[in-house]
Design a protein around this ligand. Structure first.
Ligand SMILES: C[S@@+](CC[C@H](N)C(=O)[O-])C[C@H]1O[C@@H](n2cnc3c(N)ncnc32)[C@H](O)[C@@H]1O
Length: 237
């Protein structure tokens, strides 16, 4: 009886210590990737709406999706919940990548989403890999935006679509969207967003000259800029 009690106490202690260590690890990742707080706080309603919009617009619900600059995986998680897509989240920030994989496990999506470290401007993913490439809020920070677009195009399967830009989804409830857009405008005005560069008409022209013939830009109300890129299907497809 005494032995059983001691054993039970030891097991409880081990489990408690393990779970404390897990919590401390997660907290340490969040401290190194502060955008997590925005993504899971103020921006939380954006991702399910954006995922729904992407599925409605492009109808791609199976195959491989790459989320370039996908951070801690909020859009990937939202997309995975409403599709059968396998998602690769690629991000340059090693802490975001680790946090993403941890959050994926917590969401019970292990095996559906994998986060990897990588630079949008030189991805080590193979040509013609992805049915869908998405990227929200990242291109504005790529030093060579054209190189990043060319990479997104390279990894896209013939017949695939890339949706790259930033915003809060045009189908998000305006009562949520309008204050968010105004907050973003104010943050930009006060210079609180460091290193942000817009998508320009010149970039689009450069992409066309470099061979991305089907590219178009769409604006969202107040704030939001999105590029839709389609890679032509091969004649034998
Ligand atoms: C504003 S956050 C957006 C994160 C995520 N897409 C979202 O909407 O929640 C920008 C992300 O782009 C990533 N990023 C910036 N430059 C990058 C690059 N060259 N290659 C890959 N990721 C990059 C950052 O590490 C960061 O996670």
């Amino acid at each position: 009886m005494r032995f059983r009690h001691t054993l039970l106490c030891a097991v409880v202690l081990v489990v408690a210590t393990y779970s404390q260590a897990q919590d401390a690890y997660k907290a340490s990742l969040i401290a190194k990737y502060p955008f997590y707080k925005t993504a899971t706080g103020r921006f939380a309603p954006v991702y399910p709406a954006l995922a729904e919009q992407i599925v409605a617009d492009f109808g791609i619900t199976q195959g491989i999706c790459v989320d370039v600059g996908g951070g801690c995986g909020s859009l990937a998680i939202a997309l995975t919940k409403i599709t059968d897509l396998q998602v690769c989240v690629l991000d340059i920030d090693p802490w975001a990548v680790r946090l993403c994989n941890l959050l994926v496990d917590e969401a019970g999506l292990t095996g559906r989403i994998i986060a990897v470290e990588g630079d949008a401007q030189a991805m080590y993913l193979r040509d013609d890999l992805a049915d869908l490439v998405v990227s929200r809020g990242s291109i504005f920070f790529w030093p060579d935006q054209l190189a990043g677009l060319m990479e997104c195009y390279r990894i896209l399967k013939p017949g695939g679509v890339a949706y790259i830009g930033g915003g809060f989804s045009r189908i998000l409830d305006p009562q949520i969207r309008t204050p968010l857009a105004k907050w973003k405008q104010q943050a930009a005005k006060e210079g609180r967003i460091q290193g942000w560069r817009p998508i320009t008409e010149e970039l689009i022209q450069q992409a066309r000259q470099a061979g991305i013939t089907d590219i178009r830009m769409e604006r969202e109300p107040l704030v939001g800029w999105w590029l839709t890129i389609r890679k032509p299907a091969r004649a034998d497809n």
